[in-house]
Design a protein around this ligand. Structure first.
Ligand SMILES: Nc1ncnc2c1ncn2[C@@H]1O[C@H](COP(=O)(O)OP(=O)(O)OP(=O)(O)O)[C@@H](O)[C@H]1O
Ligand SMILES: [Mg+2]
Length: 355
């Protein structure tokens, strides 16, 4: 079964081909350079960049996969899959239009899937193919730029929501704290890089663990960083963009390490509590923030000490990519369940059970 997939939910334009579980191509054009000067994604610029790049990205994805261009031959592709949400409405429409066009050209099915389901299933990839066993029932933690969610998963398409963030997502908190500190965009890798320079977690930021719920809340933690910077007004050195106070380089590293530690501790605490409560076989973690090395290290440590198997999506498949979207379509097609052929984009799309 050969699947062509498109991912355009936010600031990566991606197309790829998956053949019987093997990734033949996975081309990702990142818009980081476009949004960097604004320290955040500008929706209108994102849509325009998707529209400009999608044809080139598709062409490369097909040629990397050894599929001849021009494409006017039927039966080269069995299904065209695209991420129909959640995401930026204009960006989603570009992916949908490209997918619809490709499906017409190839005479194949058109399937819209959930982007977050892609982050969840991406754990299955290893060495460029589907290799890892999901070993249901499991707990899945999705930690990305716009979402922080815990799911109990009993099988493909069998989901139960346990908790989600009530305000900022973990990735969003990384991005906002980076901005406060005058660091680069995207904030997650920038904060991680600074944090790696320091192994002291000297600043005591709160671990935002709401009681009796698996929900998260990260906006208070971000505000704690802002207050900390405000109170440090006398120190000379680098200038923070928002507070207008000056911060030393060394102190930036300490703040980053302490903030990152607080985010990671919170995620570890909640996710492992869910595994223990529901006695599941495994915890899997996906989404952009799952690329964070300290997060991987602390989850791995906790996993060993509490004998809970924890697995991460490979770093390449943590951030947005078309291979994980193809995987969603592939899994769904294998179940033999029917797809709605003409489902439209939905910027607020939630993960739902497969009907
Ligand atoms: N090494 C890292 N450490 C921490 N955060 C990271 C790291 N790498 C990426 N991120 C964060 O991950 C986010 C991007 O991940 P992803 O591409 O999955 O999010 P998105 O697609 O924008 O949002 P969503 O998937 O929720 O729709 C950004 O917030 C970024 O700062
Ligand atoms: Mg994403």
């Amino acid at each position: 079964m050969r699947i062509l997939a498109f991912e355009t939910t936010c600031d990566e334009t991606s197309a790829g081909v998956l053949e019987n579980g093997k990734i033949l191509s996975n081309v990702v054009f990142s818009q980081i350079k476009i949004h960097r000067r604004y320290k955040g994604v500008v929706p209108e610029l994102a849509s325009r960049a998707h529209a400009e790049k999608i044809a080139l990205v598709l062409k490369k994805a097909l040629s990397d996969a050894g599929i001849p261009v021009p494409l006017f031959r039927k039966k080269l592709i069995d299904a065209v899959v695209y991420a129909r949400g959640p995401g930026l409405p204009g960006a989603l429409l570009v992916g949908r239009t490209a997918a619809e066009t490709a499906a017409k050209i190839f005479g194949s099915k058109l399937i819209g899937v959930n982007h977050l389901e892609g982050h969840l299933l991406a754990y299955e990839f290893e060495g460029g193919r589907i290799k890892r066993n999901l070993d249901f029932p499991l707990i899945a933690l999705i930690v990305s730029g716009g979402h922080t969610e815990l799911w109990r998963v009993r099988g493909y398409g069998r989901y139960e929501a346990l908790g989600r963030t009530r305000d900022d997502a973990a990735g969003e908190a990384f991005d906002k704290v980076a901005k406060l500190l005058g660091l680069d965009y995207p904030g997650g890798p920038a904060v991680e890089k600074e944090a790696a320079k320091c192994r002291r977690y000297s600043v005591e930021f709160p671990r935002p663990c709401l009681k009796d719920t698996f929900d998260f809340s990260f906006s208070g933690l971000k505000t704690a960083v802002a207050y900390y910077l405000r109170d440090k007004s006398q120190v000379a050195g680098r200038r923070s963009q928002v507070t207008r106070y000056k911060i030393q380089d060394k102190e930036i590293s300490e703040i980053c390490a302490s903030f990152q530690e607080a985010v990671v501790d919170t995620l570890v605490f909640k996710a492992l509590a869910a595994v223990e409560k529901f006695r599941t076989r495994r915890l899997i973690i996906g989404g952009g923030v799952a690329a964070n090395s300290r997060l991987r290290e602390k989850f791995a440590q906790a996993a060993v000490s509490r004998a809970i198997p924890v697995g991460f999506a490979e770093k390449e498949y943590c951030t947005d990519n078309a291979a994980m979207i193809a995987l969603c379509g592939y899994r769904r097609l294998l179940t033999g369940k029917k797809f709605l052929n003409a489902v439209d984009v939905d910027s607020e799309l939630k993960i739902e059970n497969w009907k």
